[in-house]
Design a protein around this ligand. Sequence first.
Ligand code: SIN
Length: 326
Amino acid sequence: MADAIETRRHVILGTGGTIAGKAAQPGDGVGYVAGQVSVEDLLASIPSLVGQPLEIEQVAQVDSKDMGFALWQQLATRVAFHLNRPEVDAVVITHGTDTIEETAFFLQTVLRPAKPVVLTCAMRPATALVPDGPQNLVDALAVTRHPGAQGVVVVCAGQIHSAADVSKVHTYRVDAFDSGDAGPLGCVEEGRLRLFRPWPTACETGSCDPVALQRIQSVQALPLVMLLTSHADADGTLVHALLSRGESASGPAVRGIVVAGTGNGTVHHALEAALLEAQAMGVRVVRTSRCAHGPLLTHPGQLLTVARSLTPVKARIALALELLEV
Ligand code: SIN
C-alpha cells in the first residue's frame, strides 16, 4: 500500500496567502505579510512530506484579497494541464483564505475535474509559533489520496468543504470555514477520511471540461458583473452610476448586477426600482441574500431572478461565466 501511494504523482501549485505569510515577530498573527514563503520552502518544512513524489510550481505569490480573473485564467490553465497528464493523480493549491471560496467555485464551475483539486490555506502565517498551514497541507494530500476523490474542494482545520458550499465565516479563528446547511463534505482524522456526502460532480469526458476552459482562455476579462448590497436607507445611486458607465449604442458596459438582499433576498424598494430599470435596459440582475445560511425561497410574481443557494460572491462569478456563453 505504501509503495502504491509513493508512486503516485501530485502537483502542488503555490499562489501565496497567509499560509506563505511572514511576520517580523514570530508571535504576531496579524501584522504579517501574506505570500512571502515559497511553496517549495513550505513543503520542505514538513518532515513527513520530504522525499514524496511531489511536483511543485509557484504560480503566483499574492495576498488573495487581490485575486482576479487574469490569475484565475492562469491557474485554471495550469490545473488543467497537470490533470490531463495521465501520471498526475491530483493537484493541491495553496491559497489565501480571503477569496479561496471564490477561486474554488471558479475552478469547479470551469473545469469540473474528474481528479481531485484540493485548495488549502492557513489562518496563521508560516512564522507563527504554531502555524496551521503544515497540518492543512498534510490533510489536503490525504484527501487527494482517497479512492474516488474528485472535483474541487477546500481543506482547512480538518474539514473538507465542497467548492459550492464553502464560505469563510470567521475573521481570525483557525477553523474559519463553514459549508452552511449542507455541512462539510467530510473530515480528515489522522490522515484518514470520514465522508458525509458525495464528491462534487465531475465532467463526463476526460480530466477537465475542455470547452469551458477554452472559453475563459479566449477572453481578456469576464463580462462586467457588479455586486451591490441592499440595506436600510439604500437607494439607486450606485445602479444609476453603473448604468451610465461606458454607455454605448449597444447598452451599458455593466452586463450584470448581483444584489445581496436582506433575509429571503428582499431588496429596498428604492434600490429595487433602479434594478428593474437596469433589467429593462438588458442588464442581468440576480438576487441573493446577505444571510450566512439558507436558500432563497421563491414565490410567484417576483420580478428579479434569484440565485437559489449561492452566496453573493459566488453568484457574481456564476453570472459572469454564464454571460460569457452568450
Ligand atoms: C489572503 O487571503 O491571502 C490573506 C489572508 C489569509 O490567507 O488568511
